[in-house]
Design a protein around this ligand. Sequence first.
Ligand code: MN
Length: 307
Amino acid sequence: MSGPLDERDSRWLNEAQIGIDVKQGRSTDVVGTHVTRVLPTKGRRTIGAWCFVDLIIPPDADDPDPLEIGPHPHIGLSTVTWLFQGEALHSDSLGTEQVIRPGQLNLMTAGHGIAHAELSTPGGVIGAQMWVAQPEATRHGEPAFEHHESLPAVAGDGWEGQILIGSYGGAESPARADTRLIGMDMRLRSSPAHLQLEGSFEYGVVPIDNPVKVNDHIVEAGWLGLIDAGPEELLLETQGGGARVMLVGGEPLGERIQMWWNFVGRTKEEMTDAWRAWQAHDTDRFGPVPTRLARLDAPPPPWIRQD
Ligand code: MN
């Protein structure tokens, strides 16, 4: 009997067409702390509004690096701090002094300008430091800081997790979101695990501790599996002990951003202004940060001629 495709047929057809772009993370250094930079990556600036994903994971898991990042400025983005191990003190120019521990979220929104510092306990930290680009509608606004002690738990077929930002399956994070997006910390418990997706979102799957097969493409720990908008379900397979996975996603930002140093903007002129304000100690834009750590100097932007 012939007839229209039923729901299952169309799902298989869609799955067959799901493109996964696999990108290797890049080892680098942030003020003495080893990180794996997952985003931005070659050929890709954003996933939804997510524009920066650093994994703070030491080469030797038993020896995490301490985090000691002195006062530095941000514009046009929110920083999303999420720890797997250890604890750190966040201080910022709003006067905030907030300790963060695993399972808690620090979300600092820069708007027109903020400065902050981060200092871990001597045992160091393992976790993720991520940025979300602010859209035109909010990026010139006031800075803000949120700390969330606990976040909603969610579970799906073969996995469980916590929603850092955005919503999933009827549960919603209390964290501020200026665009439609999702950030989740997932533990894959059985294989395969099924994840429902928003068809209008693009996604990044970032395995933390073990490789994960994402619709037949192997994504190593510290790598990125990129999924363009379209599919409504994802198949995540693991071997043996499961895996921890960070999931980031959102509606495509639809604004072309520029990133330099700790700034997200739209033009070089904007970033030059922010750079000058920081170097000039302009406390109207970037106020003092309550910390013992030394202020970070900005390098000159590469487009500025140094005489
Ligand atoms: Mn920062």
